[in-house]
Design a protein around this ligand. Structure first.
Ligand SMILES: O=C(O)CCC(=O)C(=O)O
Ligand SMILES: [Fe+2]
Length: 308
């Protein structure tokens, strides 16, 4: 009778693999583009288990192409979410010169695994109902984030992403020429008190909100090299060197443009979903939900680079 050629060592390695110690490889995983605008689903991957370097490279490439990656049916501790996220980059740390983010971290909100939740200790508000780019008003906006769903409402509380590369490509040649080389200052939206009205852009009767930062309105994606219309639809902004009225009109026109449904994918969360998004190529926003329902997600943001 013949026996399979299994040595004790390979048997031990196989068992270790089942227990989660062997890295997953490209062969374990399928990456399926899902939507015209953006998004791909990754199946066959267990975010609790290690990833091979080639698999990490393939996932990063897929993120560059599709801008969001969806992983379903995951079950992760905070530490495991953090470990999974750091395959894709270093963790974003709130800059010391952004008082609200830094003090939130000091006040006990974990800076690395942020509870995005409408329950005690959660960190959420109404600002994210408007399409935005995270940390755009800082010198080094985050490269992306991973958001992991633990509890979701029956209705609403979806998250939408908008593809800012497709939005740029769809502009007419005149508009592309007009915005080429422009710098946009984005102001920190958190410095205005809670509940106060946030204007969409600066008007003569409103003082700027304090710390803001100028970045190219059209940035080059640091990995794909593609042009991205790097404009939030929520924060107060100002175009450098453009007369206020003309600047406001241009911004309003561009905001209308980037938030068209043809650039959007809207995600209906299920418990166990992780969505990894590229903050350098997308806007995102949450839809409303009944506040008597619990919605608990955990987020890890990744450090970004200076837009150019
Ligand atoms: O809660 C959400 O769906 C999105 C929240 C958000 O904007 C973020 O975590 O950056
Ligand atoms: Fe956000």
């Amino acid at each position: 009778m013949s026996h399979p050629l299994t040595t004790p060592l390979s048997l031990a390695l196989q068992q270790a693999g089942r227990q989660g110690h062997l890295p997953q490889t490209l062969a374990d995983v399928t990456i399926t583009p899902l939507y015209a605008a953006l998004g791909a689903e990754v199946t066959g991957l267990d975010a609790n288990r290690p990833l091979s370097p080639a698999l990490v490279r393939a996932l990063k490439k897929a993120l560059d192409e599709h801008h969001i990656l969806i992983f379903k049916r995951q079950q992760l501790s905070d530490a495991a979410l953090l470990a999974f996220a750091t395959y894709f980059g270093a963790v974003f740390r709130p800059p010391e010169d952004v008082p609200v983010l830094a003090s939130a971290a000091r006040d006990g909100i974990p800076p690395d695994v942020v509870p995005v939740a409408n329950v005690a200790g959660g960190y959420t508000g109404n600002g994210e109902l408007h399409p935005h780019i995270d940390h755009q008003w800082t010198p080094l906006p985050s490269a992306g984030s991973l958001l992991y769903a633990l509890e979701v409402p029956a209705e609403g509380g979806d998250t939408s992403w908008y593809n800012l590369n497709a939005a740029y490509e769809a502009l007419d040649a005149d508009t592309k020429a007009r915005i080429d080389g422009l710098q946009l200052i984005t102001y920190n939206p958190f410095l205005r008190g809670p509940g106060q009205q946030r204007p969409l852009y600066r008007t003569p009767d409103i003082e700027p909100l304090g710390p803001g930062f100028a970045h190219p309105l059209v940035r080059t994606h640091p990995s794909s090299g593609k042009p991205v219309l790097f404009l939030s639809a929520r924060a107060e902004v100002e175009l450098v060197g453009v007369a206020p009225e003309a600047g406001a009109a241009l911004i309003a026109q561009l905001r209308e443009h980037v938030t068209q449904p043809r650039f959007r994918y809207q995600h209906k969360w299920q418990v166990g979903d992780i969505v990894h998004w590229d903050n350098q190529a997308t806007l995102h926003a949450r839809t409303a939900f009944a506040q008597n329902e619990r919605r608990v997600l955990k987020r890890v943001s990744l450090a970004g680079s200076r837009p150019f």
